[in-house]
Design a binder for this molecule. Sequence first.
Ligand code: NAD
Length: 490
Amino acid sequence: MTSVTLKGIEGREITVQTGLFINNEYVTATNGATLEVENPSTATRLATVAAAQSEDIDRAVQSSEKAFGSWKKVDPTVRRDLLNKLADLIERDAPIIASLEALESGMLYRNCLASNIPVATGNLRYFAGWADKIDGLSLPIPQGVAYTRREPIGVCAAIVPWNTSMIFFWKLSVAIAAGNTLIMKTSEQTPLWGQKVAELIKEAGFPPGVINILTGFGNIAGQALSEHPRIRKIAFTGSTATGRKIMQAAARTNLKKVTLELGGKGPTIIFDDANFDNAVFWATLGITHSNAQLCLAGSRIYVQDTIYEKFLVEFSKRSRDAVHGDPLLADTTKGAVSSKAHLDKILSYVERGKADGLRLLHGGNKLSGDGYYVANTAFADVDQSHAIMREEIFGPVAGIAPFKTEEEAIEKANDSEYGLNAAVFTNNVNRAMRVSNAIEAGTVTVNSWGRPNANTPFGGVKQSGFGRDSGHEALESWLVTKTIKYAVLE
Ligand code: NAD
């Protein structure tokens, strides 16, 4: 199978295998099907990789089934040690993985290194710790005794988006700790770092077929996984629209278990008793970090009317000074967005805001260069009914509005079909608790934003989906409980 050599951080040459990773080998896709990977920072072709067809999904399922036969019998400490070993290798090769992610996604190299890699290794090590602690219960029953076994589901699949490599590790670490075999489909836009991780999976010593990694298009490979009658569970992170299709496919075929982590339209609520500088810092980061191509982006900012105008001035000041360009360079503070189509989508919201006469605080334009750069943009005084407040833009476009009372802030925050992530800024501990309890979201952070932790569950409510990544709770969705009953004979 072929490979491609790219230039990463400090000109370092990085060779990446371009085939499908099945049975610990890289193989070509059926009929030699391929897909092109673009560098969004330069709008040039980066690589050509294999594009899995439905026949390839069958091959991966066969490999996973075969592997599961022995994998389910290995001592859990083997799973623990392999996950820890993989974390070590990822740490060793962090500059390579972060370079690849920066090149294909436009995300800043230093953010890949400082955020994504520690989340990856943190989750691998956290779930390595759980692998040998998956216990059942002993239950008294009138006829004797019962006990439960928490068993792996079997052959599972995961489909992940392009916006951050964290999600891949959220799913892989827990799926494998629970004793399943896993077929992972990476995003067609960012398959390269996953190809490198596949090499490390083999180097760590995972048996062939325990983890298969496939590159491919959503409507071919993703759909074939969702419909496959011998895949028992599918874990998905991506858009709400695709989540719906996956659930329908599972319902149409074998009723495989589905967990969905979908879109978000996160509220950031700032009360006038908050530490102002801290609130401005996190509110800015929440809608500019990684161009807000994050499901947990704080894209609706509600500020108490008493500090509203002051906030607008400071927020705007901080959001304007981005230096856009090559994500591998240390001076760059803003990368490109993921693709031309995505840039056009973001700009269409910006144009809509302008056309509707919204108060443009800053930005509102494409930035110079061949790549897909868009200025940090903010609209103030945005009505709750406007698309800027209702739809997930997945770009650095903030909608800001004032509120008077705590009740009004909660009402506005909850006035959304999404419910993934929220941030609340206040120094009043009682208010912090009241508001956090009242907000409809999977995660509420007080006086900060973002920063996922391996031991805290992450996922949504409402149309942000169901199921959790990270934390002990995530284990449950990768296990099935079997009850064994003993009747004691007289
Ligand atoms: P997407 O839904 O277009 O694609 C995600 C993945 O699904 C890709 O691997 C794609 O190939 C695959 N896919 C596409 N069509 C498919 C189909 N018909 N059947 C099966 N698979 C298919 O999303 P995206 O543009 O890659 O990612 C952005 C979205 O992801 C945003 O909506 C964002 O909010 C969401 N997201 C959610 C979380 C979370 O944890 N809740 C995290 C990150 C991103």
